[in-house]
Design a binder for this molecule. Structure first.
Ligand SMILES: *[C@@H]1O[C@H](CO)[C@@H](O)[C@H](O)[C@H]1NC(C)=O
Ligand SMILES: *[C@@H]1O[C@H](CO)[C@@H](O)[C@H](O)[C@H]1NC(C)=O
Ligand SMILES: *[C@@H]1O[C@H](CO)[C@@H](O)[C@H](O)[C@H]1NC(C)=O
Length: 484
């Protein structure tokens, strides 16, 4: 009895001791950061330090377009700030990174006013380091990376543009920063939870977990717990931006701070597509264009079925049918994709559509532009796409879209109420056929109105709109006069 008590006492003592230790380290670090910021001020450096956290800033993808457009917007609006970028791209010099950004995204940046802070511990956030508990591993890893970043540079305002929410408490509580973030995708989503609950086999739900009820239960507990913690760290942000309605819904249900969550669509390159001259009326065929990789979720078989239904619908109007052509444009990534194209060609033959369907694999950008020019109708069949950049592109190029009634096309892109219609939303193959027929029989004036509405509506996704939205959301933390 005595023995047990003493063990408990020792354990209590040890744990409170380590808690006190942790607290001391925390307070010391906080003091250190504060001191360094004060040193700056006493050296007459009164600029606000704004640091953007983007460990993969040299990648040249859509996320990086957001980063660099944000930097440009900040530079254009604010004078008394210094901009820093936390990056893990050790192999690239600042000049190389900036040159690539300007070239890739066609931007002019004030390069002298951008400084880089190189982080050596980016490997801590790589997924392949954590074969098990990947989410948790990466998240804790990002906290270490954040500590490295904070010790190298102490900003006044911290903006995360890659979705590393676990860095916010570090910068907020230890660094005393105001926190802003731009989230493309929640780290965990309710869809992931549902998939485990339904015992589905997917890439992050390995076979043995799906089969074993105990493992499934454990995984659900793990996901639940993780999403609780994700909510706690996310709430440390002072202003939150999300890239679409889909992301907005998820972030609001996870972080539960709707009053500081702003939907700011990412900047899409639509200006040049909007200027394209349509050559459709001069073309002998009426081209229906479908753009997308040959991946299963793009549902190309449905598009063929829609054509099959369309032939039935048009019935006696054989002349019209003979003028129609479905042009399926897409790229193949691997052998599997090529196999899919082959199967689709077989299906087209099977439905006797081989003269009405044309496949174009791996076309160049120039050829794609030509396709946009000669086409008059666009087809999109993916179910629950989070956004649908290909739909936006088609609309910018002046096509009338028939898209799946779900996901981004439904929530963000296509408007179907009479008076402001800019496209059509369909549910199944018959629906698609019906809407294509409707467009074919619409008056010329009415179609022109839809086309113009579509082209005007994509301005919501332009660089200008992005910059306005970004500055509006960030002004809540940047216009704040007091320094922390
Ligand atoms: C938001 O980001 C996700 C993940 O990168 C992407 O799938 C989605 O298309 C983006 N939404 C928009 C509006 O670009
Ligand atoms: C298309 O391009 C990909 C990647 O560039 C390549 O792997 C594939 O072989 C190409 N497919 C065809 C049919 O040319
Ligand atoms: C289109 O969307 C509807 C409603 O969301 C869905 O039931 C249907 O399966 C989708 N169609 C395709 C081809 O994905």
């Amino acid at each position: 009895m005595f023995c047990l008590c003493s063990i408990v006492y020792v354990m209590l003592f040890a744990s409170s001791f380590s808690l006190i230790g942790l607290l001391t380290v925390f307070l010391l670090l906080r003091q250190l950061i504060k001191k360094q910021k004060n040193n700056r001020r006493s050296n007459n450096d009164n600029d606000k330090y704004v640091a953007l956290f983007h460990p993969y800033c040299n990648a040249g993808g859509g996320g990086e377009r957001v980063l660099w457009c944000a930097v440009r917007a900040l530079q254009n609006k604010y004078d008394g700030i210094k901009i820093f970028i936390y990056t893990g791209d050790l192999e690239a010099t600042p000049k190389q990174i900036l040159d690539k950004a300007e070239r890739t995204f066609n931007l002019n940046l004030d390069v002298k006013r951008i400084k880089f802070v190189y982080l050596k511990k980016r490997k801590w956030v790589e997924a392949k380091r954590y074969p098990m508990f990947t989410l948790l591993g990466q998240s804790l890893g990002s906290m270490f990376l954040a500590m490295e970043a904070l010790l190298k540079l102490q900003p006044d305002v911290f903006i995360d543009t890659m979705g590393y929410a676990f860095t916010y408490p570090i910068f907020s509580y230890i660094g005393g920063c105001k926190i802003g973030c731009y989230t493309h995708y929640p780290t965990i989503s309710t869809d992931m939870l549902r998939r485990v609950q339904n015992n589905v086999n997917t890439y992050n739900n390995q076979g043995y977990v799906a089969k074993n009820p105990f493992a499934t239960w454990l995984k659900i507990v793990y996901y639940r717990l993780f999403s609780k913690i994700y909510g706690m760290v996310g709430r440390c942000a002072d202003t939150v931006m999300v890239n679409s309605t889909w992301t907005e819904n998820h972030i609001i249900s996870l972080w539960d701070v709707p009053y500081k969550t702003h939907r700011v669509y990412p900047p899409c390159e639509v200006a040049h597509l909007k200027k394209l001259q349509s050559l459709a009326s001069a073309h002998e065929k009426i081209i229906i264009l479908s753009v997308g990789q040959f991946r299963p979720e793009k549902d190309h078989p449905l598009q063929l079925q829609a054509m099959y239904e369309l032939r039935t619908l048009l019935g006696k109007d054989e002349a019209l049918w003979n003028r129609l052509r479905l042009m399926i444009v897409g790229s193949c990534r691997d052998e599997e994709d090529r196999e899919r194209v082959k199967n689709m060609q077989d299906l087209a033959k099977h439905l006797s559509l081989e003269n009405s369907v044309e496949f174009r694999v791996n076309v160049s950008y120039q050829e794609l532009i030509q396709c946009y020019q000669i086409a008059s109708i666009g087809l999109h069949a993916m179910w629950n796409e989070h956004f649908g950049i290909s739909v936006v592109d088609c609309m910018a190029a002046g096509l009338i879209m028939v898209a799946n009634r779900s996901g981004g096309p439904l929530m963000d892109i296509v408007e179907t109420s009479e008076g402001s219609r800019n496209g059509y939303l369909a549910l199944d193959a018959y629906d698609y056929a019906r809407y294509i027929a409707t467009i074919l029989y619409n008056g010329r004036e009415y179609n022109k109105k839809i086309r113009e509405a579509a082209r005007a509506s994509v301005d919501r996704f332009s660089e200008v709109e992005f910059e306005n939205g970004f500055l509006r959301a960030i002004s809540t933390i940047l216009d704040d006069k007091e320094f922390t």
